[in-house]
Design a protein around this ligand. Sequence first.
Ligand code: HEM
Length: 541
Amino acid sequence: MSNADSGSAWPWLGNAKEENDAIPRATATVLVIAIAALSFFSLCRRRNHLTSPLPPGPRGVPFFGYLPFLGTNLHRKFAELAETYGPIYKLRLGSKLYVVVNSPSLAKEIVRDQDMTFANRDPNIAGAIASYGARDIAFSSQGPYWRNLRKLFVQQLMSNMSLDACYGLRRQEVRKALSDLYRKRGLPVDIGELALLILVNMVMGMLWGGTLQGEKGEAVASEFREVVAKLMVLLGSPNVSDFFPALAWLDLQGVERDMKRVHQWLDGFIQPIIDCATKGTTSGPFKQKEGEPKCIEQKKDFLQIFLDMEINLEDNQSPVDKNVALKAILMDVVIGGTDTTSTMVEWVMAELLQNRNVMNKVIHELTEVVGEDEMVEEHHLPKLKYLDAVIKEAFRLHPALPLLVPRTPNASCVVGGYMIPKGSNVFLNMGSIHRDPKIWDEPLEFRPERFLEGPSKYDFSGNNFAYMPFGSGRRICAGLALAERMLPYVLASLLHSFKWEIPLGSELDLLDKFGIVVKKMKPLVAIPRPRLSTPELYMSR
Ligand code: HEM
């Protein structure tokens, strides 16, 4: 009688009749033990969920929770609450639960140990409108749709090969801006506006080869800046409709109405680009320059690749219109990529103008590495170690997204011994971690040298949980590779070509205002004075 017949508990285990069956039998034993262990751990985890308490947090008032006390400067409020409630706390806002994490070790539990569970988003009403109903990369939750879009984006557009091929275009936009600045030398310049124009043109050129040109182009860029600034504020502002979904139809603060207006303007900005790619016509503010370098020579530009691609665009089993998916990605790139980067150009310049000794060291390094008879090229960037430390220090004190983009666990889980319920909104408070005196010596001082001491200790890869200006894990910034090229290139070029001064009688401060991207409260205005050896250099393309 076989073991199977003998009523063994695992009959299929006893079916190995020959010696050769020893291996499958061993494998099966290991499998059974593994399954048993997993079930045991999963049971323990489930029991943990049931027994672990929710994180501590302020009480608030019935029905509204902490909402009446939140204020508008969320990043400041969150930092303040961390001092009372410690590394993890909860806030009940209306019917929703928010969890704020303020320590590197707990951030690690989220973005490394339980990254899969936390790699989801639950966009607020403003975010859902801005992203065509969470059809973009930033706001869609993980699943085949998000994976396909992100893979296409990172592999096609952000690969080293594609970015190398587009260098000519980035260079052309920077050179054009420098010669325009030369003509305006001695006059006050709004740094954020200047940086945004350069960046929008760089990104637009990469996407499809068109840029904003002439006075009309500048006017559109300036309107774009206003609209995007408004969008960032709307994305970050507490909205009653999000906290009380039953009241959403009332749109009490008008956030939905305002966001729809902003979105309509941006949709009108993006649609002509798609028309150009699909029909070969353009009616918008962009011009394609004849005879000038087109991105990725001998290759189609990004839009064309996307349009030609057979890509699975199903989201939760319902097909997504390709035009909508494309517009949603463009929105990520055009807004996510340009506003963040230009905001950082402004913060770095503001810190340098405030700390003249640091500025002098940057200029000295540029003179040594590039020389006064040459313009900056991208190949100089790896040698600009001090500038790199300056940028990292600016990201520490002024991370463009101090709360990253909130994550939502798709199952209840335990972090730091506390239960985080499925569907809650989790903020990683990097703004606070970056200024934590337990981690950083003299945290409020602008001291780039701290990044020179162990340059490999801090980078933007999200592996050091005390320093993550681009996030970490599966949802780390998808445009990091491009940001790492554009930001230092624009900064090095502006600083090498001109000496910058604050206009007489104006005062420089470093106050910020909250939005999902945190900007300088007062735009930075400075005067450029040429510092290169000959005027011809400024005209070279
Ligand atoms: C200084 C420049 C930039 C900063 C500070 C920045 C920061 C961030 C941060 C903090 C996140 C959220 C990460 C997380 O949830 O862990 C993010 C996501 C994202 N960023 Fe950036 N970013 C920058 C530039 C760019 C550029 C140039 C692009 C596009 C060309 C871009 C596209 C995206 C996209 C698509 C996502 C969503 C990724 C996902 O959810 O899977 N960003 N970025």
